[in-house]
Design a protein around this ligand. Structure first.
Ligand SMILES: [Fe+2]
Length: 155
């Protein structure tokens, strides 16, 4: 799913691609899981009437998307690097829906972000293991445009 082109134009910002798969706790892929993504635009503003940020809206950035995991449980989004907004490190929001029911709500963090160590929710994850599980991996060293992020959930 591509969030970078909307209403006849290209979104502002650095294009990134996030791909991964949805697995059960036993490691089996969970095809058909709906993966929903929402995030701030490149300026750090959400496409939501409740976001009263002074930063610009981006009419060409979709801001929200949903895809269904394929037979291997895999999903893929093309989007832009979310801008920072006050009080948070850089992040994406995900919600996974199975059989019509919300099954997991989580956030994805970016590797190598200075703000991670100062972020309240990132720190709330507690262990380094939990923080790593919530942080995407670079698919190519020093290229932050291609990220891998897997989900593990109760099936
Ligand atoms: Fe957010």
């Amino acid at each position: 799913m591509d969030l970078t082109q909307f209403s006849g134009g290209m979104a502002q910002g650095e294009v990134i691609e996030i791909s991964g798969a949805v697995f059960s706790e036993k490691g089996n892929p969970l095809p058909g899981t709906v993966v929903e993504l929402w995030q701030a635009n490149a300026y750090g503003r959400y496409h939501h009437s409740g976001d009263d940020s002074p930063e610009p809206r981006d009419p060409h950035f979709q801001g929200f998307g949903a895809v269904s995991a394929d037979k291997q449980g895999a999903y893929r989004f093309r989007t832009v690097l979310p801008g920072l907004y006050p009080g948070r490190t850089r992040h994406l929001h995900f919600r996974l829906v199975r059989d019509g029911r919300p099954a997991l709500v989580t956030q994805m963090y970016f590797p190598g972000e200075n703000g991670n160590a100062r972020d309240g929710l990132f720190n709330w994850l507690g262990s380094e293991e939990a923080q790593q599980a919530a942080t995407a991996r670079l698919m190519v060293a020093s290229d932050r445009s291609k990220l891998r992020f897997d989900f593990v959930m109760k099936a």
